[in-house]
Ligand binder design. Structure first.
Ligand SMILES: Cc1cc2nc3c(=O)[nH]c(=O)nc-3n(C[C@H](O)[C@H](O)[C@H](O)COP(=O)(O)OP(=O)(O)OC[C@H]3O[C@@H](n4cnc5c(N)ncnc54)[C@H](O)[C@@H]3O)c2cc1C
Length: 464
């Protein structure tokens, strides 16, 4: 086997891409150089732009991820979008193998009347906004990119959150929590200012199934019951179990713990607190009502039919609300030049080896959400990346991949195009600027939400 390093490009510097780089850099059998490429100026994917800012202990996983990017045979290439700055074919021609780790960049819709009204937004957009993602905080307003209308949040008194997963919990918590309790986060100043203006008194969480079927982590759920000034509202009748719910509770410990919490809350005397968080089980939205903006949501009671599917009972009710956030799942999108299964929203593969036109493609691999769909916790991406890298290393051992590339070809290709990737030193400058800015007005750090701010902070003073 040759001693010339294999050049592996990883598209996406989220957890899955960085865990793939870690698995490649830790092994000693095959010499490698790993290029971790991200379209954003900063690494860490949803650890920076998804995990809730008030969950600092989880967000601090970025420190561990950063150590991988510091390894001598790993390099970060920030601000390079594959598909436009470089095509997938061009990248493949400059490296020995590619690992797709570009996440699930889209979201599902409810497909109900009124969903287009101002005031309805997808949880991924709302989350991206409160995490300070530059796509939602563009430099130039109305430049065609996604931008959230902050006035809709400022003016809402009641909000409906559709979905019963952990993202729905994050969204509900950020909407109901006092902004004062969010000051000790890294939220962008403008986000915090907006959240301080919000007037939300009621947040309604809708689940089309019963309380036995929630996908909540109990720790995160419990947090809601500890929010000061917030009553949790649950109809005790919703907590009675039908035989199928009982069967779930009997076999699933997390579901049983969550149910116990709901029962504890339902039995709590109401305190008359100024804010309320409602859980509506067996309830689905059927229409968003409003003339120019959301005014209410029409919901329908649901039940499980004889085939085990959720179906409407015809019993309807109106919940007044000015904001509707649908948290019904992320979804992978096609990247030009990469095989894609539109049915599952994933790249087709077996054990991480990409399947192109019905057979394995010699130099293409996949990991993370774009491989398995938007499921699991951050750690799930580690075992997932190890599986993919194990396949890649086995293929190198079997000489299915030749190290035919000059290790510097990617740098030359980018330089020829006039593309100047941001390296890890640039991230360190951004990191320092965010800490300095935050500390300058009594905060721990402040996320720079606009691309121009990130690029200015990334500039190397020595090269000015
Ligand atoms: C709102 C939310 C909250 C979460 N909270 C938690 C939590 O508290 N605890 C937990 O364990 N897990 C949590 N998760 C799950 C966790 O974030 C995911 O498991 C993980 O981020 C998936 O990793 P990934 O690398 O596959 O995708 P991502 O993290 O999305 O990373 C993909 C990267 O690819 C980049 N990219 C996309 N397209 C291109 C392109 N064309 N060219 C170059 N780069 C590109 C993106 O910019 C991004 O950085 C949360 C997820 C969400 C959505």
């Amino acid at each position: 086997m040759t001693q010339r390093p294999y050049v592996i490009a990883v598209i996406g510097a989220g957890p899955s891409g960085i865990y793939a780089a870690e698995a490649l850099s830790q092994q000693t059998e095959v010499p490698v150089r790993v290029a971790v490429i991200d379209r954003l100026p900063v690494p860490f994917g949803l650890v920076r732009y998804g995990v809730a800012p008030d969950h600092e202990s989880i967000r601090s996983i970025r420190n561990t991820l950063e150590r991988t990017l510091e390894k001598p045979n790993v390099r970060f290439f920030g601000d390079v979008r594959i598909g436009s700055d470089l095509s997938v074919a061009e990248l493949r021609s400059a490296v020995d193998a590619v690992i797709y780790a570009y996440g699930a960049g889209s979201h599902k819709v409810l497909d109900i009347p009124g969903e287009h009204l101002p005031g309805v937004m997808a949880a991924p957009e709302f989350v991206a906004w409160y995490c300070g993602h530059p796509d939602v905080h563009p430099d130039v307003i109305d430049d065609g990119r996604s931008r959230l209308d902050v006035a809709l949040i400022d003016n809402a008194h009641a909000a409906v959150v559709v979905g019963i997963g952990n993202v729905a919990l994050d969204v509900a918590r950020v909407l109901i929590k006092s902004a004062e309790l969010l000051t000790d986060t890294d939220m962008a100043d403008e986000v915090l200012e907006s959240l301080a203006r919000k007037q939300v008194t009621d947040v309604h969480v809708l689940g089309r199934r019963g309380p036995a079927y929630t996908a909540f982590t109990t720790k995160e759920l419990r947090e809601l019951g500890q929010l000061p000034g917030v009553d949790i509202m649950i109809d005790p009748a919703d907590l009675e179990l039908d035989p199928s719910s009982q069967a779930v509770i009997d076999r699933d410990k997390v579901a049983a713990r969550n149910l116990a919490l709901f029962r504890e809350w339902a039995a709590r005397p109401r305190t008359g607190a100024p804010q309320r968080l409602w859980f509506h089980f067996w309830t689905r939205p059927v229409a968003v009502i409003g003339a120019d903006a959301v005014a209410a949501v029409q919901v329908e009671r649901t039940m499980i039919d004889s085939a085990g599917a959720v179906t409407g009972t015809g019993e309807r009710e109106i919940i007044p609300a000015q904001l509707v956030i649908r948290s019904v799942g992320y979804r992978g999108v096609a990247l030009d030049g990469v095989p894609f299964d539109a049915g599952t929203g994933r790249v087709p593969h077996a054990e991480g080896r990409v399947i192109r036109d019905g057979s394995f493609s010699a130099d293409e691999y996949v990991t993370g959400w774009i491989k398995r769909g938007p499921t699991g916790v951050i750690g799930t991406n580690k075992s997932d990346a190890v599986e993919t890298v194990t396949s890649l290393l086995a293929d190198i051992r079997d000489e299915a991949i030749d190290p035919h590339h000059d290790p510097d070809e990617l740098d030359r290709l980018l330089a020829d195009r006039g593309i100047h990737p941001l390296d890890l030193a640039a991230w360190h400058r951004i990191d320092a600027a965010e800490i300095d800015l935050g500390q300058s007005h009594g905060r721990r750090r402040t996320t720079l939400a606009h691309r121009h701010e990130l690029l200015a902070a990334a500039e190397d003073p020595a090269s000015a």
